[in-house]
Design a protein around this ligand. Structure first.
Ligand SMILES: Nc1ncnc2c1ncn2[C@@H]1O[C@H](COP(=O)(O)OP(=O)(O)OP(=O)(O)O)[C@@H](O)[C@H]1O
Ligand SMILES: [Mg+2]
Length: 256
């Protein structure tokens, strides 16, 4: 099983679009996939139009429980998009977990995923600079994909996220703990191809300098935003095909 987190420390840089796209494509290609919504704003939960199977049965239950073994399997709800795609939903109250300083709280997500029936877990992260939610993802994941837009916000979010990942690695190495987290690359989403502004070109150059830029860049298409309001998959629309093709090519590179 592969556990992939989609991460950036900036807001609105296509983390959710990238996480949902990778999870959906992987599921439609036949992998048993679980999307974990770790963002209290619950954007991917809303996009896939899912709800916890009962009150309180969202990702916050995992993060707040001392013994969360098997919880991810129990909390994952089916979607209408693919029989292979399930979601561990989020909710506003998950933000309470950011104040949680209980011992080993950062290992609960990892523990909850042990033994889950899945080939792939994708974690949609909030835009936090470290903190308990991000730390939970860092401990659980074996792969990190950075999401960015072609903007200075996009670059800053990746720079900050990479710093957090390095710090996490160092803190593990200092105690001789194994580090299994691998950086798989930077996905650039929502790129305006026709009239690319000078700042956009400059930010893509900066992202390329990291040596981790994944190509193709994902083009901007209005349909991606439109379908989010109706809880649909843009891949079902002809207008979404260029975005779908780009994410399919990304999936080939980041999924084992
Ligand atoms: N390829 C695309 N084409 C058009 N719009 C896009 C594309 N990718 C992302 N967007 C839009 O950009 C906005 C931000 O994307 P998204 O919600 O995925 O970012 P995020 O990093 O998860 O944001 P947040 O920090 O709020 O969680 C959304 O309105 C989304 O629909
Ligand atoms: Mg998001």
């Amino acid at each position: 099983m592969q556990i992939l987190m989609v991460y950036s420390e900036s807001g609105g840089v296509s983390k959710t679009t990238t996480a949902v796209s990778i999870a959906t494509i992987a599921a439609q290609e036949g992998r048993r996939t679980v999307l974990v919504d770790l963002d209290p704003r619950a954007a991917s939960t809303k996009w896939l139009d899912v709800e916890p199977s009962a009150d309180g049965l969202h990702v916050g239950a995992i993060l707040g429980d001392d013994d969360p073994v098997g919880w991810a399997e129990d909390l994952a709800v089916a979607t209408t998009w693919s029989p292979n795609l399930r979601v561990v939903p989020s909710a506003r109250s998950v933000s309470n977990r950011e104040a949680d300083r209980a011992d080993h709280a950062e290992l609960r997500l990892k523990t909850s995923l042990e033994g889950i029936t899945a080939d792939l877990v994708v974690i949609d992260c909030p835009n936090r600079q470290g903190g308990p939610l991000t730390l939970s993802a860092l401990n659980a994941a074996d792969t990190v994909v950075y999401a960015a837009t072609a903007s200075s916000d996009g670059v800053d979010g990746v720079t900050g996220a990479r710093r957090t990942v390095q710090q996490f690695r160092h803190s593990r190495e200092r105690i001789n703990a194994p580090v299994s987290l691998r950086e798989a690359g930077v996905v650039v989403g929502g790129v305006r191809e026709t009239i690319m502004s000078r700042p956009a070109v400059a930010s893509i150059d900066e992202l390329r300098e990291t040596g981790m830029l994944l190509v193709p860049l994902v083009p901007e298409r209005a349909i991606v935003q439109e379908v989010r309001l109706t809880g649909e998959w843009y891949g079902n629309y002809r207008k979404g095909a260029p975005v779908l093709d780009a994410y399919k090519a990304i999936v080939k590179q980041v999924i084992r």
